[in-house]
Design a protein. Structure first.
Length: 170
């Protein structure tokens, strides 16, 4: 998997995420790297990312979106960079997943382990967050902290999806 095609901007926060995705090792390195990129680029909560199925990857207004059931079982659309949506679909196809099978067949605890292991492998070990909505580093290990609440590009009916700043456009 060539992680460089997912590069969004030159800020240090994104460089750390890219380093984490590239640091994933073992037989599940593609899955783990894709999970990290999905969390960062979409702002999803871990439980929301783990619920993604091929059916939940769609389009709205010519742009890729994820149909997510958020907190309180509220349905919402979340903008997703087109390159990431394509990669998620390819991942599902390569693994011959059914339309309603989860892409990331792991539990929340394992997802946190993946994030923390990738942060360690990438040499990320800070105590201070980089800013509002960025990575919150808990006890020296990275976590997708407030990404799900502050940076999630949720869509309201009638509003076009807006990819995160610096995301590649159509």
């Amino acid at each position: 998997m060539d992680i460089s095609e997912y590069y969004l901007s030159s800020n240090s926060n994104n460089e750390e995420v890219q380093a984490m995705a590239q640091a994933c090792q073992g037989r599940h390195q593609v899955r783990d790297g894709l999970l990290i990129l999905t969390l960062f680029q979409t702002g999803l909560r871990i439980s929301e990312a783990l619920s993604i199925t091929p059916r939940k990857i769609g389009a709205y207004g010519g742009h890729a979106v994820l149909y997510i059931e958020g907190k309180g079982r509220k349905p919402r659309m979340v903008a997703c960079p087109d390159v990431l949506a394509h990669r998620l679909k390819s991942f599902a196809f390569d693994r011959k997943l059914g339309i309603d099978e989860r892409l990331f067949r792991i539990n929340r605890k394992r997802a946190w382990q993946i994030i923390k292991e990738a942060a360690e492998q990438a040499g990320i070990n800070k105590k201070d967050p980089p800013g509002p909505g960025g990575w919150r580093l808990d006890a020296g290990a990275a976590s997708p902290g407030t990404l799900g609440t502050k940076n999630s590009p949720s869509l309201r009916p009638g509003s076009p999806p807006q990819p995160r700043a610096g995301a590649p456009g159509p």
